[in-house]
Every structure is written in structure tokens, then in C-alpha cells.
Design a protein around this ligand. Structure first.
Ligand code: GUN
Length: 302
């Protein structure tokens, strides 16, 4: 069997078009547009590239977008004051502080300073709590898990009563997606198992999964024989395993990326599977846009 490919690049286009249309409608009816600020501290090339893409996407869907770049040695108090400024700025609905932050800054303190109602990353403890309660309480599900759930739903995979196995227990992916899949409602209502480095028999758990979500950060961790025939496999891993010459920019090198699942073998067993790259990756920024739009809608009460 060859699995159906769940392509994040295609789902991204669908969702961004939906967001663009909704932004235009809100602008016409209410005279406002969503505003997103991204705060970048320092000049890490990876962070610059993520933030540039976030701003470019925000611009594409019709948001007001602010790129606030700060020097790598900005004092913590100044960064807190900057967040306070945006917390009180009515034209800003979403505040994102790009991580990681330099060592002299307490990341937790910074994330906790963001107004939970503008925390479009969903990292503030208030939003983590809202996610745990579920239902109407949820405001901003964290972007990568939200993207995973959206992909599962749009691929038409049945989640109600499904055995979902999550490999990995990070605060950004494993714990929140496990929580989201066990809630009542559409795209959830599953029986969830979380496995991790302390799990005795990883393979045995994975073999039971109707939906296998892998976010371990270990290239090719999941072997084809761990996959139940017909299962939906979501590979969140983005592991740099080498470099190769760029096709687009001759003379330049680009990273060779590998997921946490042995894709070539797994696609012969799974019913559906996400590729790496082009799977979960493009969904994260897409869901950031969705959360920013939601933030404005909550404010307008629509
Ligand atoms: N750095 C890498 N991924 C992310 C993300 O999703 N949000 C933020 N704020 N920083 C990141």
C-alpha cells in the first residue's frame, strides 16, 4: 500500500485563503484588521528566517504586521517594558517573542509578561490551563499542535474513539497535542497514550496506534514495523542530517532534513502520512495567523 500524503504546503494555502477572506470581511464590517508584532532579540540566522516568514505571511493575509528587532544585549527590564507597550497597544492583537532568548534573559519571565489575551503562541500558563480545561475555555492552542489537529481533520481521518499514540512529551508539542486529542469535540475524542524516553516498550505502544504523532527529535526513530497497517502517521521531526547543494540558488548549500519516521518504508504501510519537509512545518506559521485573527474576533465579540 502507498499512503496518502498529507501535505502541509497545500493545507496551508487553503487556510491562508480562508483567513484572507475573513480579514477582508472584518475590515469592511468593523473597520479594523488584526495586528501582529514579532519581537526578535539578537541576530540568530534561524530566528531571523522564522520571523521574516511570519511577517511575510501576516502581510499576505492582510494583517498589520510589526517587526520589532532588538539588540542581543537588551536588558531584561527593557524587554519587559516593550512587552508592556504592546500589551497596551489597541492595534496589536498578537504578541510573539521569538525563542530562544539570550542567556541573560529569563525566558519564563518574558513569556509570562505577555497579556494572555494576546498570547498567540499559546505559551502563557493561563493559556496552557485553558487548553487543559478544553471546550469554550480554549483561546489560543499552541501553533504546532493546532496545525497537527487541523491536518488530521482536513485529511478526513476519524479521531473519535481512535487510539492516538504521541511520541514525545515536550511542552510545545507532545503534552499539548495529547491534551487536545483527548478532549470532547470534533477532531478529538480519542484514547491517548503518551510515550517518551522513560517508556519500556516504545514499539508495542506505537503498533496499537490508529494515529501516530511523533515529536521526539530523533531521525528515523520510528521503524516501519512499528506502524499499524493503514494508520495515520504525523511526523513532527525536523532533523538536520547534512547539507546538499541548493537547486534554487546554485553555489549555495541547504540543509538535508529528515523526520522522526523512516518515511520511505513507512509510506508503504501507513494509510496516510506527512512528509518532511512540507508536512507539519508549514502549518505552524499558518496557525499563528489563525490565532491572531481569533484574538481580534474575541475582542470584537464575533
Ligand atoms: N522558536 C521556534 N519556534 C517558535 C515558536 O513557535 N514560537 C516562538 N515564539 N519561538 C519559536
Amino acid at each position: 500500500m502507498t499512503a496518502k500524503l498529507i501535505k502541509g504546503t497545500e493545507i496551508r494555502e487553503e487556510i491562508l485563503e480562508e483567513i484572507t477572506a475573513e480579514v477582508a470581511e472584518i475590515k469592511e464590517k468593523h473597520g479594523v484588521i488584526p495586528g501582529l508584532v514579532t519581537i526578535l532579540v539578537g541576530e540568530s540566522p534561524a530566528s531571523i528566517s522564522y520571523v521574516t516568514l511570519k511577517i511575510k505571511t501576516a502581510h499576505r493575509v492582510g494583517f498589520k504586521e510589526v517587526q520589532d528587532s532588538q539588540s542581543v544585549d537588551i536588558p531584561e527590564d527593557d524587554l519587559l517594558a516593550l512587552i508592556d507597550k504592546y500589551n497596551n497597544d489597541d492595534s496589536i492583537n498578537g504578541i510573539l517573542v521569538q525563542l530562544p532568548l539570550p542567556k541573560h534573559i529569563n525566558e519564563k519571565k518574558i513569556l509570562n509578561a505577555i497579556d494572555p489575551d494576546k498570547d498567540v503562541d499559546g505559551f502563557h500558563p493561563v493559556n496552557v490551563g485553558r487548553l487543559m480545561i478544553g471546550g469554550d475555555e480554549v483561546k489560543f492552542p499552541p501553533c504546532t499542535p493546532a496545525g497537527i489537529q487541523e491536518m488530521i481533520v482536513r485529511a478526513g481521518v476519524e479521531t473519535k474513539g481512535a487510539e492516538v499514540v504521541v511520541v514525545g512529551r515536550s511542552n510545545i508539542v507532545g503534552k499539548p497535542i495529547a491534551n487536545m486529542m483527548l478532549q470532547k469535540g470534533v477532531g478529538a475524542n480519542s484514547t491517548v497514550t503518551v510515550v517518551h524516553t522513560g517508556t519500556r516498550d516504545l514499539a508495542a505502544h506505537c503498533k496499537r496506534a490508529d494515529i501516530l504523532i511523533v515529536a521526539a527529535g530523533v531521525p528515523d526513530l520510528v521503524k516501519p514495523e512499528w506502524i499499524k497497517p493503514g494508520a495515520c502517521v504525523i511526523d513532527v521531526g525536523v532533523n538536520r542530517v547534512g547539507e546538499k547543494p541548493s537547486v534554487k540558488n546554485p553555489g549555495k548549500m541547504v540543509a538535508v532534513l529528515k523526520g522522526d519516521v523512516d518515511f520511505d518504508a513507512a509510506k508503504e504501510i501507513a494509510g496516510s502520512i506527512t512528509p518532511v519537509p512540507g508536512g507539519v512545518g508549514p502549518m505552524t506559521i499558518t496557525m499563528l495567523m489563525k490565532n491572531t485573527l481569533k484574538s481580534l474576533k474575541f475582542k470584537l465579540g464575533i
